[in-house]
Design a protein around this ligand. Structure first.
Ligand code: THU
Length: 159
């Protein structure tokens, strides 16, 4: 149940978080209404807070051709990639809701999204603090993607 503890995760109380971080988590929650998930019924929202105060959001977009589905995190991050030249993402909030199943634990980013989060960390040369939650779960903070993607493939293998 508390397996996230093994990956540098810590439980955080929302009342201890700064206003911009709370707003970022709220924006991720707002994205649940925009998610298009008629096949899985697993609605995911993501929001990324930049150091300039801007928040970029995303939600999962499914397709009848299942492999074309894209996750909320990647929509949010690629949105930044298309709009900002030099960016510093302080925080990425991820949340989920499934009307058919009570989610008691926070939504963890899938493997593909972990790889993309790592790429964005490398682009900005700094880790991104993750705030992971779901409709009925507490908020877990994990500082950087490394503990969730150990011994990874990265630009260091190519350049
Ligand atoms: N999904 C996300 O958006 N992010 C994740 O990290 C986990 C999975 C989406 C993809 C698909 O639309 C649905 O959740 C079920 O896998």
């Amino acid at each position: 149940m508390e397996k996230w503890k093994d990956y540098n995760g810590e439980l955080v109380n929302i009342s201890t978080l700064s206003d911009p971080i709370v707003r970022c988590i709220e924006e991720a929650n707002n994205q649940l209404d925009m998610a298009y998930a008629p096949y899985s019924n697993f609605f995911v929202g993501a929001a990324a807070l930049l150091d300039n105060g801007k928040i970029y959001t995303g939600c999962n977009q499914e397709n009848a051709s299942y492999p074309l589905c894209i996750c909320a995190e990647r929509v949010a991050l690629y949105n930044i990639g298309t709009q900002e030249k030099d960016f510093y993402i302080q925080a990425l909030a991820i949340t989920a809701h499934n009307p058919n199943k009570r989610l008691d634990s926070p939504c963890m980013p899938c493997g593909a999204c972990r790889q993309v989060i790592q790429e964005f960390e490398h682009r900005q040369n700094r880790p991104i603090t993750l705030y992971l939650t779901s409709k009925n779960s507490p908020i877990i903070r994990i500082n950087g993607i490394e503990s969730l993607l150990p011994v990874s493939f990265s630009k260091n293998d190519l350049l």
